[in-house]
Design a protein around this ligand. Structure first.
Ligand SMILES: Nc1ncnc2c1ncn2[C@@H]1O[C@H](COP(=O)(O)OP(=O)(O)OP(=O)(O)O)[C@@H](O)[C@H]1O
Ligand SMILES: [Mg+2]
Length: 511
């Protein structure tokens, strides 16, 4: 027992007075506490701790011995904690939302492993161990089936552990055949291996060689296939998404749409053919298609980098995208990587991610109910705010996926460090959020916008360190603060298909 219920309300939370023998130092914000009612057990999280006194006079003459302190502790000075109650469990183990309140003096105790199993694991269709409560060694499980049913997100500052957590969750999804993942892997951390500092870690393809295919925009000899995107797939709205990478503004955007209007789907091929031509020749062309000559010249300069992207090909064949879709439908996950000169290149990343995702949208959104793929697809994007800002709302395929594609069994998994820059409409469509450390107030405001009890969760978030996360939303019956499990040997042994060194025989070209 750590204390008893002193006051509270269903809406505002419970106040527990700590037992005189329990030091407030032994409790941490984010810990699970159970209040034992007569009929229900109430589950809550500590969201505040404070020390109090019943009589200020003692501070004029503070106790000078442990004995005197002990005499005062309890009747005169004492500690309290605030709890956010989230669920109550009845005698049959049913987990219910809070509808009643326990009586005064109901006993408060720390949650046990069994309690956590009841709340997080027993009712889950596909439970997967992702972390431990902040001050306990017990396991927290998430329901992977629910996680993939709606859009999800991992937010946190750089270095907080987003990618490591994502690899853990994705390993669970692949191992349990919950969905096919399509991971746009900007920094090459999800395919064969991932480099972190001086260390190298195995990644998804190493664990599941038979269930993961790596597609590469460059020429990595280990890849299963290479990306080719037909030039005529690229539309002006795709380039609008890239306008900041290509350093162009409204005028060029207009030019792009004008050229497209004139030349149709061959517009980029046409523009590439103008590259290297003299100013006069470009001016002549501009006149013939009715665009301003200097705007066309400027636009050609802005898009000059595009013509050096070898995966953009003058072909009608879209073999790599088709093959990717076939894999995804048949239950194989695809990691799209960027080796060699395309490594961490945001321009290549945006073009590839956008073109492929648009194709998936075209293919899936036309299907009737009977034709719909049974296989769930989860599309993963890192650096999501660059795709999902509100000024790109109208042309953004990822926003459309987030809003409309759940009924087609396609959902989005967002990984990002700047949630405040993501369109709030898209954020509101995110069913499950893992929130690691966030420091900027605008980001914390964004992740809790529209979330009931967000203010209290924010207090807990402030106390998190790296590799710790707050998880809340559709996937879990109540919010949970946890230490993400270690991405190390035990985990590798648990998930991988082959019981041998996952790094063996891997040609490492990502440096
Ligand atoms: N679950 C984990 N197990 C082991 N180490 C971890 C774990 N989570 C985080 N780390 C450590 O923290 C470091 C940063 O983690 P990670 O690369 O996932 O951060 P990030 O949030 O993705 O950062 P960035 O925004 O820069 O990509 C890792 O290099 C690793 O050393
Ligand atoms: Mg990362």
């Amino acid at each position: 027992m750590i204390g008893f219920l002193k006051a509270g309300s269903v809406g505002e939370g419970f106040v527990v007075r700590l037992n005189k023998f329990v030091s407030p130092e032994t409790l941490r914000i984010g810990d699970f506490v159970v209040i034992q009612g007569k009929i229900y057990q109430y589950f809550g999280i500590i969201d505040d701790l404070r020390i109090m006194s019943a009589n200020e006079d003692v501070f004029f003459d503070p106790p000078d011995s442990d004995f005197k302190k002990a005499v005062l502790t309890g009747p005169i000075v004492f500690s309290e904690m605030s709890l956010s109650p989230y669920v109550m469990v009845d005698n049959s183990g049913n987990v219910l939302s809070i509808k009643t309140i326990p009586e005064h003096f109901s006993i408060a105790r720390k949650a046990t492993g069994e309690d956590l199993e009841t709340v997080f694991m027993k009712k889950a269709s596909i439970p997967f161990f992702v972390g431990n409560p902040l001050t306990m060694e017990e396991k927290i499980h998430v329901d992977l089936k629910k996680l993939c049913e709606r859009n999800s997100a991992i937010f946190g500052i750089t270095g907080s552990g987003k990618t490591f957590l994502a690899r853990i969750v994705f390993s669970g999804i692949i191992k349990n055949d919950v969905a096919s993942l399509l991971v746009f892997d900007m920094h090459n951390e999800y395919g064969f291996t991932a480099k972190s500092g001086e260390k190298r870690f195995p990644a998804l393809k190493s664990f599941f060689p038979g269930k993961v295919k790596v597609f590469d925009a460059g020429t990595n000899p280990d890849a299963d296939n290479y990306i080719n995107i037909p030039l005529n797939h690229i539309k002006p709205q795709d380039l609008s998404l890239l306008s900041s990478s290509l350093h162009y503004s409204g005028q060029s955007e207009e030019t792009a749409f004008l050229v497209y209007k004139r030349k149709g789907k061959n517009w980029l091929k046409y523009l590439f053919s103008l590259q290297g031509k003299s100013e006069e020749e470009v001016a002549k062309e501009a006149e013939s298609i009715g665009v301003n000559a200097s705007s066309l010249g400027a636009f050609l300069r802005h898009i000059s980098r595009l013509s050096s992207l070898e995966f953009l090909q003058d072909t009608d064949e879209e073999s790599s995208i088709e093959q990717m879709l076939d894999y995804l439908k048949s239950g194989v996950s695809v990691v799209v990587q960027f080796s060699g000169k395309y490594a961490s290149d945001s321009l290549s990343y945006f073009i590839v991610a956008n073109a492929i995702t648009r194709r998936i949208h075209e293919k899936y959104s036309g299907l009737t109910e009977e034709e719909r793929e049974k296989r769930r697809i989860v599309i993963v994007i890192e650096e999501a705010h660059k795709f999902l800002s509100s000024d790109l709302r109208d042309r953004n395929i990822f926003g459309t996926i987030a809003r409309e594609m759940r009924k087609f069994n396609v959902t989005l998994f967002i990984i990002d460090q700047r949630p405040c820059e993501i369109d709030s409409e898209v954020l509101s469509q995110v069913g499950t959020r893992f929130v690691l450390q966030l420091l900027d107030e605008r980001d914390t405001d964004a992740v809790f916008q529209g979330v009931g009890g967000g203010k209290r969760l924010k207090k807990i978030l402030r106390t998190l360190q790296s590799q710790e996360t707050l998880l809340f939303g559709h996937t879990v019956p109540m919010p949970v603060a946890m230490r993400v499990r270690e991405y190390g040997k035990d985990f590798f042994n648990e998930v991988q298909e082959k019981k041998e060194d996952p790094l063996k025989g891997i040609n490492d070209i990502y440096g």
